[in-house]
Write a protein that binds this ligand. Structure first.
Ligand code: 9MG
Length: 360
């Protein structure tokens, strides 16, 4: 029997504090948001929609999982402490990535871009040497390592680095060069040695959903019943595979894989119902920055013109409990999150006063 609890009726800031204090809502991830309703889903069927505080006993454990803060990711401060999700800056050392392809092939240009992102407020830098855009040509580990290693060695002195790769040899080399996190868009399925490398190194890992393990063909597999439940089920299965291989859950972040073997409708559904994934008990990472569906909806053909649309999605993901945002436009994202928090949270004193009044 597969069970999911979907938190709905989200509140933020003063409304969230007051509703929790009044017994009308439960805290989401122990933080500044709360949920008033739950949709109970059993074997893919909706078994009930009810006030969160009236969840039947048999579902309590799954509901409690939604109320706990996720473990901190990669030893970095959590969203509750920062008041916003972590911001992961994208650095593609590739000739053909969809947005910044070709701009950072020279290690000096890559380093300058990384330092600019850190100064703008990035919490970590995600370095990749193989494009994962739909239809991109595959790159072997040798070429990939040659592209990224000098860059990782230099950046890792100043900031946490994740390595975006599906190759075990690249993971090994990058971790030795100072990378702290593995970000694998195939959730450690592409390379049979990948699970072992991550388990032995003790590093944190990002497990992303995509159908199959090849970006060249993933769009041909964009067919789902309920995309959210299928993605959640896939990620639960990969967490179990990791745990079996010796990678504990507290070292795992999960990612719905926006744009990876998904249509525009799938991407929007995943973003809207992102809170379902919070029940997995891992930080949730969202990477939507400058992707094609943003261009489609905002009428912007060139990826560099999709900044405003990307910020809208970043704020929507933050409001739904994302712990990490993978973005190209770090300064803009940090500013948008700061303003979202300031305007959505209200003043802390006001929230406390409301909560005291509600408690009588
Ligand atoms: C490498 N890469 C490109 N898009 C991504 C996304 O959405 N998530 C993660 N984890 N990695 C991505």
């Amino acid at each position: 029997m597969t069970r999911w609890v979907e938190p709905m009726g989200l509140l933020h800031g003063r409304g969230a504090f007051a509703a929790v204090a009044a017994g009308a809502a439960l805290p989401l991830e122990g933080g500044a948001a709360a949920f008033t309703l739950v949709r109970l889903i059993e074997n893919g069927q909706v078994a009930g929609l009810m006030p969160a505080v009236e969840t039947p006993e048999a579902w309590q454990e799954a509901v409690l999982a939604l109320t706990r803060p996720p473990p901190p990711f990669a030893g970095l401060p959590d969203a509750a402490t920062l008041g916003r999700p972590l911001v992961m800056g994208v650095l593609n050392v590739t000739p053909d990535s969809f947005s910044d392809g070709g701009r950072h092939m020279d290690p000096r240009a890559a380093l300058m871009a990384a330092h600019a992102m850190l100064e703008a407020g990035a919490d970590m830098i995600d370095v990749g040497g193989e494009s994962t855009r739909p239809g991109a040509a595959a790159v072997g580990p040798e070429e990939e390592i040659a592209r990224i290693l000098p860059v990782i060695r230099a950046i890792a002195k100043d900031a946490p680095v994740s390595v975006d790769t599906r190759h075990a040899a690249t993971m090994r080399a990058a971790l030795e060069a100072g990378a702290e996190v593995v970000n694998d868009v195939t959730a450690l399925r592409h390379d049979p040695e990948a699970l072992g490398v991550v388990a032995e190194s003790g590093c944190p890992v990002v497990l992303m959903h995509m159908p199959g393990t090849d970006p060249a063909t993933m769009q041909a597999h964009a067919a789902y019943g309920d995309v959210v439940l299928e993605v959640a089920g896939f990620l639960a299965g990969r967490i179990a595979a990791c745990e079996e291989a010796g990678i504990p859950r507290h070292r795992i972040a999960v990612d719905p894989g926006i744009g990876f073997g998904k249509t525009l409708e799938h991407n929007l559904e995943l973003l809207d119902r992102l809170p379902v994934l919070l029940g997995l008990g891992c930080p949730v990472l969202v990477g939507a920055s400058r992707k094609r569906f943003i261009g489609t909806l905002s009428g912007t053909a060139a990826p560099r013109d999709r900044v405003a649309g990307s910020l809208g999605v970043a704020v929507a993901a933050a409001a739904r409990g994302a712990s990490v945002l993978r973005v190209h436009d770090v300064a803009e994202t940090v500013a948008a999150l700061r303003l979202w928090r300031a305007s959505a949270a209200g003043l802390a004193q006001g929230a406390e006063a409301d909560a005291e009044a509600a408690a009588g």
